[in-house]
Ligand binder design. Structure first.
Ligand code: FEO
Length: 395
C-alpha cells in the first residue's frame, strides 16, 4: 500500500518485520528491516528502486493496485544489489516496452550480472546528470561509488528537495511509522550506527569525501529517503552530520573486551581487565563479550565506538581458538582506524596465543600495545599483576 511522504511522492516499499539476517547470515537483524521504493507522480511517473527478490510478485501486485503500470515512464535503479533491484525481473515485463532504467555504468554490469542480459533500456548516468520529470521538477544524479558498491548512486529530486540516498543513511529497522521523528529514537540511532559500522566503515574515507562533495553541491535537502528503515524528514541533515563524524576514525571513551575461553581461565582475565579499567578510569565505558556466544555485528558496533579493545584467547594447538580468528578476520575487513589493542590469554604448555593475537590485531590495523597478560593454567591473584600496566596503555 502506498504511503504519502511529500508532494507527489509516495513510499511503495516492503516492511520486512520477519527478516532475521542480511547478506546471507552475515548481518544480524533484530528489529526488522525494510526495502524502501518510491513512486514519483509529476508530469512524468517515476519509480525509484524496487524491493528484494522474494517479495517481487507482491511488490508488482501492490504497485498495480496503486497505479496503471503502463503509466510508469522511468525507473531509477540507485543500486544493483538484489534487495533493491530484485523485483526488476517481474516488473519490467509489465511496463511499456523500452521503459528506461536510469543507473550508473557499474549498475548495468551488476544488474546484468545477476539477471542476465534482458534487453532492458539502460540509460547510464553520472554525477550531475539531470532528468526532467515535468512540473518544473527534475532528478539530479550523484554517484556514490563504493558506498557501498561500485554501482551505488543517489538521486536528488528538485522542488520537493528529496535525496533518495539508497543504502547511505539507512538502517536495518522496520519503521511502520515511516519517519525518523516517529521512530523509536534509541533503536533508530542504534541501528543507524550498526549499519555504518558493519557495512560502510570499510569505505569511511570515501564516505567523508562524498559528504563534503554533497555539501559542496549546495542541494537544499529537505528530506532524505534511504532504501532501508526510517525516512529522515525531521532535520534530515542530522544523519549527514552523524555520518561525517562516524567516517573520521570515530571513537568514544569506551573499551571493549572480546574473548573466547576453554575452561574459564581467559574469561577470568577478561573480567579482571574490566574491573581494572573501571578502577583506573571510572568514566570509561567497558563492554565485555564472549565472542563465541555473542553476535559479531553487535560486538563490532561496540568496537566501532571504542578507543581501544582487548582480545583474549587461550592457546590451542600453537594458535588461538577458531572463533576468535574468524572474528579478527571480520574486524580486519571493517578497517577500523585509530584504535589501540591489547592481547591476553591462558595456556597450559606452549602458550603462543598472545603472540598470535598481537600479530592478527596489528594486521587488522590496530595499534597494539606491548603490555599483555599471559597466564599458565588457571589464573591466580599473582597472574593478574600485568593487568594494571596493560590497562594504563589502553586508556
Ligand atoms: Fe540495501 Fe547494498 O543493498
Amino acid at each position: 500500500m502506498r504511503r504519502h511522504i511529500k508532494g507527489n511522492v509516495s513510499w511503495v516499499g516492503y516492511i520486512d518485520w520477519e527478516l532475521e539476517s542480511f547478506h546471507g547470515d552475515d548481518y544480524s537483524i533484530y528489529n526488522g528491516s525494510s526495502q524502501n521504493a518510491y513512486l514519483i507522480e509529476e508530469g512524468k511517473t517515476v519509480l525509484v528502486d524496487t524491493v528484494w527478490t522474494p517479495h517481487r510478485f507482491e511488490f508488482v501486485e501492490n504497485l498495480r493496485k496503486e497505479i496503471d503500470l503502463s503509466r510508469i515512464d522511468y525507473v531509477i535503479a540507485n543500486h544493483g544489489e538484489c534487495d533493491h533491484s530484485g523485483s526488476l525481473t517481474s516488473l519490467m515485463a509489465e511496463l511499456k516496452p523500452g521503459t528506461p532504467i536510469y543507473c550508473t555504468a557499474n549498475a548495468v554490469k551488476s544488474i546484468e550480472g545477476q539477471y542476465g542480459k534482458q534487453g532492458w533500456n539502460f540509460q547510464v548516468v553520472k554525477t550531475g546528470d539531470e532528468l526532467d520529470i515535468g512540473n518544473g521538477k527534475k532528478l539530479i544524479f550523484v554517484e556514490m561509488r563504493m558506498l557501498h558498491w561500485p554501482d551505488s548512486m543517489a538521486t536528488f529530486m528538485t522542488g520537493d528537495n528529496i535525496l533518495f540516498s539508497n543504502d547511505a543513511f539507512g538502517q536495518h529497522f522496520a519503521v511502520e511509522e515511516l519517519f525518523n521523528d516517529r521512530a523509536d529514537q534509541c533503536l533508530l540511532w542504534k541501528e543507524a550506527m550498526k549499519y555504518f559500522a558493519n557495512i560502510l566503515n570499510p569505505f569511511a574515507a570515501l564516505c567523508a569525501k562524498k559528504i563534503d562533495e554533497i555539501k559542496a553541491l549546495n542541494l537544499p535537502i529537505e528530506m532524505i529517503a534511504p532504501s532501508h528503515g526510517a525516512i529522515w524528514r525531521d532535520n534530515p541533515m542530522q544523519i549527514v552530520e552523524k555520518y561525517a563524524e562516524w567516517s573520521k576514525a570515530y571513537q568514544e571513551n569506551q573499551i571493549t573486551i572480546a574473548y573466547d575461553t576453554m575452561w574459564e581461565g581467559t574469561a577470568k582475565i577478561a573480567h579482571r581487565i574490566a574491573e581494572e579499567i573501571a578502577a583506573q578510569s571510572p568514566d570509561t565505558v567497558v563492554k565485555v563479550f564472549n565472542i563465541a556466544k555473542s553476535d559479531k555485528n553487535e560486538v563490532m558496533t561496540e568496537v566501532f565506538k571504542s578507543k581501544a579493545i582487548a582480545v583474549g584467547s587461550p592457546t590451542i594447538v600453537n594458535s588461538i581458538l577458531a572463533g576468535v580468528a574468524g572474528w579478527l578476520e571480520f574486524a580486519k575487513q571493517l578497517k577500523f582506524k585509530g584504535k589501540r589493542a591489547a592481547a591476553f590469554g591462558c595456556y597450559g604448555w606452549s602458550g603462543e596465543s598472545v603472540k598470535v593475537l598481537k600479530e592478527k590485531l596489528a594486521d587488522a590495523g590496530f595499534a597494539v600495545v606491548e603490555e599483555n597478560v599471559r597466564c599458565m593454567w588457571t589464573p591466580e591473584e599473582a597472574d593478574f599483576a600485568d593487568v594494571p600496566a596493560m590497562v594504563e596503555k589502553l586508556l
